[in-house]
Design a protein around this ligand. Structure first.
Ligand code: HAM
Length: 421
């Protein structure tokens, strides 16, 4: 036998019945943006490499270590998108959405590619549902974006074991001075070489170090929220008060730093406590300045990316059952050659009426067909043999109770609509 192929390392297949959970999660995550006036956008899976280098930041792990970069046959350097924001902003600018009504608000969903060390919850291809809103600095927009993320996870999916962490990372005015203060503090500590190196690239990232001994040294570290300029402090206070108004429960997280370079002011992460190391099921924040970096005007923006893969893990960890979201209602069985045309016609009529239905293929015996009906999970079997055909009727068998009755062929679809729709 020839060897079979396997999915590439760090990837997995989304197959039934798990795919029902997947689709239900994706639908739930995309519902709040649709409710909030965000238009759907789809952009290419690959972009010019330079877009990510400039947009996401050269010093980030994502750009320096994790990109799938290749040269195409025309000699262009392209990269499979490692995240959604840079490509979506590129598309919004290219399509002049920044010149229309502002804020311009879009949502998207699709896969991203990062060459990471695979483990539970961390893959080389992962899927996000995200939003981006550009052209407004209003703190109400920050609150709207955060509300959407939380509403989907907490209310639509029913996740309980979830915390919203929120911080402000300051702006181009106040962050440099804070960064200097933090660097001076870190210089006094006995950090190992890799950590010291990280501190030179971005000292804020050290605050996020998960190791207890490092955290112990950081107890007295200066924190960004205490060093915000007056405008950033006011913005942050307003965002928190609007979140209160929206009933969003949050935790202030003055040590929260995100892995991408473009964030300023509001940053947030949704953390699920049942997932181990890869606990962030979503995150985002403001990126005033990024639109300009990508060649657009000096307008602000904010967005989030929610991880579909990790949200599915969280849903499963909490025992929330989403596998019955696409139930099969009807199973049609035609017995004997002469019944097939009538059975196929019935199958078409039932499906056209909006009722899900499957069929007993390959003309098997009634016993085999009934086994197939049970296995399909359908609620009702419609059985059509020569006797029924002669009488223009069909046997309707309830697969849950086992009860069966006979109904006229031209009435059965209406009866099913009344039951299932
Ligand atoms: P991010 O935090 O890099 O942000 O990714 C968002 C979410 O995607 C994470 O919280 C996580 O749930 C999921 N995720 C990321 N990497 C992986 C992976 N290797 N395996 C499984 N899941 C993963 C962004 O990507 C930003 N573009 C979000 C954003 C939009 N900020 C502003 N606008």
């Amino acid at each position: 036998m020839t060897d079979m192929f396997k999915a590439p390392k760090g990837t997995y297949d989304v197959i039934p019945p798990f795919s029902q959970v997947w689709r239900a999660v994706r639908t739930a995550l995309s519902t709040p943006p649709i409710l909030s006036g965000y238009g759907y956008i789809e952009t290419p899976l690959f972009e010019d490499t330079a877009l990510f280098v400039r947009g996401v930041g050269e010093s980030t792990d994502v750009v320096s270590k994790e990109m799938y970069t290749f040269e195409d046959r025309g000699g262009r350097t392209l990269t499979l998108r490692p995240e959604g924001t840079a490509g979506v902003l590129r598309a919004m600018l290219e399509n002049r959405m920044d010149r229309g009504a502002l804020p311009a608000k879009v949502w998207y969903t699709g896969p991203n590619f990062r060459y990471e060390q695979p483990q539970s919850g961390r893959y080389r291809q992962h899927t996000q549902v995200g939003v981006e809103a550009i052209g407004s600095s209003d703190p109400v927009l920050d609150a709207e974006v955060i509300w959407m993320a939380v509403h989907a996870q907490r209310n639509l999916l029913g996740l309980k074991n979830l915390r919203l962490l929120i911080n402000s990372l300051g702006c181009r005015e106040c962050r440099p001075a804070y960064r200097q203060t933090l660097t001076s503090f870190l210089d006094t500590l006995d950090l190992d070489e890799p950590t010291r190196h990280r501190a030179t690239i971005n000292p804020l990232r050290v605050l996020d170090d998960k190791r207890p001994d490092v955290q112990a040294m950081l107890v007295d570290a200066p924190l960004m929220p205490d060093h915000l300029c007056a405008e950033c402090a006011e913005h942050h206070t307003k965002v928190l008060s609007y979140l209160d108004a929206l009933g969003v429960v949050y935790e202030k997280a003055p040590r929260l730093v995100r892995g991408l370079d473009y964030y300023v002011r509001t940053t947030f992460e949704l953390v699920h406590d049942g997932l181990g190391a890869q606990s962030a099921i979503g995150g985002g924040g403001r990126y005033d300045g990024l639109v300009e970096t990508l060649g657009g005007p000096a307008i602000g923006g904010i967005g989030f990316g929610l991880g579909v893969d990790r949200t599915c893990l969280a849903v499963q960890a909490e025992g929330i059952d989403l596998t019955n979201t696409e139930p099969l209602n009807v199973f049609v069985i035609g017995l004997g050659e002469e019944s097939t045309i009538a059975a196929v016609r019935l199958l078409g009529t039932v499906r056209s009426a909006g009722i899900s239905a499957d069929y007993a293929f390959d003309g098997r015996s009634i016993k085999a067909a009934m086994k197939g009906a049970d296995r399909s999970g359908a609620k009702v079997a419609l059985i059509l043999g020569p006797d029924e055909l002669a009488n223009n009727c069909v046997i309707v068998k309830d697969l849950t109770t086992g009860e069966q009755s006979t109904t006229a062929l031209d009435l059965v679809t209406d009866a099913l609509v009344a039951r299932f729709n």
